[in-house]
Write a protein that binds this ligand. Structure first.
Ligand SMILES: *Cc1c(COP(=O)(O)O)cnc(C)c1O
Length: 336
């Protein structure tokens, strides 16, 4: 799954690595993403577009030109594709998405007969809460999907996203569709992350200052220093995808984002502004502090899931929000 610019990490850099690791089928959300992916990878892999609809002649031409396969998700889309096939147009293959509970995209099981008219290469569905292993929705969706796929013996079947892969063999079928886990997110919340961290974000300290008790920090004056503090200003703001309300609501609350400096947790203070934020560096030995030193925002010590939980988000949001102003460096470490 490489939608949303490979979850914010860079489609053009990520997709070739996945190809080298053996991936031959890619999913994107929009046709425009499929076009960019085809340019990057050339021919030889399948590219499926999840939200291809509503289909019209222009959209179909785009699919044909770039060899993109639509994931048909409604009866009108199925009807359009079936009609184009009957007219003898040279069409790429297609997939059909069935809804098994999410009520977002997909045909109902009762529409299987209509879907047979397009001879899909793949039938798929999508979990509601696969990250909660014991949720009864998982077993219910697995059962519904098993019935649906039985009506398409020629087609491959796909149900599992990242977390779904960890629900056991009944969820796996022919093809799985991992996204979040590929990018280091924890597909098994509450358990140790089986995936390796892949993203690191470091920002330099712009400057250091001392704040006296009673002074406020940031727009709105929402944070008042309870004691003398040494603070550092970072070039990291909500325009970079960092949460405006990243700081803890009260000075010693257990929530709230922090940066890591010299191995110490340095909490964010006050409102994050567009381009800047402030952290408390009082816990770091003064002699070690100097402008230009790097603070870890995401990385081995602060996972995307930690950062998300501390800022009222999910890891998916943290990744897909990562700003366009960061200098991005890609390292390929090889597979083990
Ligand atoms: C985004 C998406 C996925 C990938 O989900 P992850 O939880 O990121 O692995 C799989 N299938 C569909 C239909 C999606 O929209």
């Amino acid at each position: 799954m490489v939608k949303a610019d490979a979850y914010g990490l860079g489609l053009r850099q990520v997709a070739p690595v996945l190809t080298r690791a053996g991936c031959a089928t890619f999913f994107v959300a929009h046709a425009s993403e499929g076009v960019a992916l085809r340019e990057t990878l050339g021919r030889g892999c399948a590219i499926l577009v999840l939200n291809g609809g509503p289909l019209d002649d222009d959209a179909m031409a785009l699919f044909q030109t770039h060899g993109l396969e639509p994931v048909l998700s409604s009866l009108p889309e199925v009807a359009f594709w079936a009609k184009a096939r009957q007219s003898g147009a040279a069409l790429p293959g297609c997939a059909v998405h069935f809804d098994t509970g999410l009520n977002r995209l997909g045909l109902h099981a009762r529409d299987s007969e209509a879907a047979r008219a397009v001879s899909p290469r793949l039938v798929m569905s999508h979990f509601i809460v696969s990250e909660t292993v014991n949720d009864p929705n998982n077993a219910a969706q697995i059962a519904r999907f098993a019935e649906i796929r039985a009506a398409f013996p020629q087609a491959k079947a796909s149900l599992a996203n990242s977390s779904g892969i960890f629900l056991g063999a009944a969820a796996l079928h022919d093809l799985v569709r991992p996204g979040f886990a590929l990018y280091g997110g924890n597909p098994c919340p509450g358990s140790l992350n089986p995936m390796r961290n892949v993203v690191r974000l470091d920002v330099p300290l712009l400057l250091l200052r001392d704040v006296a008790p009673g002074e406020t920090i940031g727009y709105g004056g929402h944070f008042t220093a309870p004691r003398a503090m040494r603070v550092a200003t970072l070039p990291l703001g909500y325009a970079d995808g960092f949460a405006r309300l990243a700081a803890a609501p009260a000075p010693d609350a257990k929530t709230g984002a922090f940066a890591i400096l010299e191995g110490r947790a340095c909490p964010f203070l006050g409102r994050v502004s567009m381009d800047l934020s402030v952290i408390d560096v009082s816990a770091v030995p003064h002699a070690a502090l100097h402008p230009g030193m790097m603070a870890q925002i995401l990385g081995p010590d602060i996972t995307i899931d930690d950062c998300a939980a501390r800022t009222g988000r999910i890891g998916y949001e943290v990744l897909t929000s990562l700003g366009r102003r960061f200098q991005r460096v890609y390292e390929e470490t090889g597979t083990e």
